[in-house]
Write a protein that binds this ligand. Structure first.
Ligand code: SF4
Length: 365
């Protein structure tokens, strides 16, 4: 069963006519996309249903807030659709469409201006990676790379695999949740994984489950198939208001994922991106929810870090006291920052690192 995609909010039969008319205004600004499978997971009787909040637009998106490139990805773009921010990892934006459009997407600029930021022909990028021997990881992202044809994906992966110093190919994908049939029903995709995830050089799937309700039987089957094909899997999710800003929900998500062989990897503070105001949780509130969620789960389930993908690096919220909040760089553009802890006075109204103004101390080891 390969589900049909919907790009017009008018086609969502469970919405009332009034809702469709009102939401049209939102979708003219921030595109809508979903599919029959994913919409079938929504409980339409429940206005707070998390799947609904992930995929169905809401009027609050129109509130003016944030920017379209809140992590300054532009600064790290060396060629169109190709970013090199951290020494050992390069990013290839290979697609500008997803199995659905998460309403809180941090890269929605790709859907607003399709074609502008995607690497269509990876020749130049491959040359760059060949010349930069420090690059050991290449992340295929977008958009969703698994929405490319397997033939196109094979072409890209084969070219990367010819570069000896690239050991890990990461594939960022939410299709395990949006449309697991893309994986289950394509043997040639599984063959491609098997051929290219070897003992020495693995393929990692960076999965994107936001809520335990997304992990349905077809998702579990898709996870199982890629693991059996030799890939490794981890999960990353933002902490999103109304979807998973609840310690019990997050705990359940982490536990389930660990049971199915997908250890949680990152929990992201929502970025200050245009249209995302309804989904943002203050940093300190989010960190508290995160700490509670991992308090009493097994070690394998409690591996994620709570981080902000800031323009200067991945800043982890390390700890909090009554007065202060302590940050450290998990990934840093300026590698000197790895040796430091940044202690700021707490600010319960902060949504982002830049909202912390009162620096108390930089502890250096
Ligand atoms: S899967 Fe990722 S890139 Fe695609 S819409 Fe969701 S957040 Fe954006």
């Amino acid at each position: 069963m390969y589900p049909e995609y919907l790009i017009n909010i008018d086609k969502v039969s469970k919405l009332s006519e009034e809702e469709k008319v009102a939401l049209k205004e939102v979708t003219q600004k921030y595109k809508f996309r979903s599919n029959e499978y994913y919409l079938s997971l929504v409980d339409w009787e429940d206005p707070e249903d998390p799947i609904r909040k992930i995929i169905i637009p809401q009027m609050g998106e129109l509130e003016e807030w944030g920017s379209l490139d809140s992590s300054s990805e532009k600064n790290y773009t060396v060629q169109r659709g190709f970013q090199h921010k951290y020494r050992d990892t390069a990013l290839l934006l290979v697609n500008d469409v997803c199995g659905g459009f998460c309403r809180f997407c941090f890269r929605k600029r790709l859907f607003i201006n399709p074609g502008e930021e995607v690497s269509r022909n990876v020749e130049k990028e491959i040359e760059y990676i060949k010349d930069h021997k420090e690059i050991t990881n290449v992340l295929l992202t977008g958009g969703d790379p698994l929405l490319l044809s397997t033939k196109k994906l094979k072409d890209i992966i084969t070219k990367i695999r010819e570069i000896d110093h690239v050991k890990i190919i990461r594939i960022g994908s939410k299709l395990f949740s949006f449309n697991p049939y893309r994986i289950i029903e394509d043997e040639s995709l599984l063959d491609l994984i098997e051929e290219n995830s070897t003992r020495e050089k693995r393929i990692y799937f960076m999965m994107h489950f936001n809520h335990p309700k997304e992990i349905q039987k077809p998702s579990i089957e898709a996870i199982d198939k890629v693991l059996k094909s030799g890939a490794i899997a981890v999960n990353q999710t933002p902490l999103v208001k109304g979807i998973n800003d609840n310690s019990k929900v997050l705990s359940e998500l982490f536990k389930k994922l660990s049971f199915y062989g997908v250890p949680p990897y990152y929990v992201f503070q929502g970025r200050p991106v245009k249209g995302n105001k309804p989904f943002i949780v203050p940093v300190e509130k989010g960190f508290t929810i995160f700490l509670k969620s991992i308090a009493s789960i097994s070690g394998l389930a409690k591996r994620p870090r709570f981080v902000m993908s800031h323009k200067t690096g991945k800043i982890e919220v390390s700890s909090m006291t009554k007065e202060n909040i302590i940050f450290r760089y998990h990934r840093a553009v300026d590698e000197d920052n790895y040796k430091k802890f940044f202690v700021y006075k707490r600010n319960p109204n902060a949504y982002w690192y830049d909202d912390y103004k009162d620096l108390k101390e930089i502890y250096q080891f």
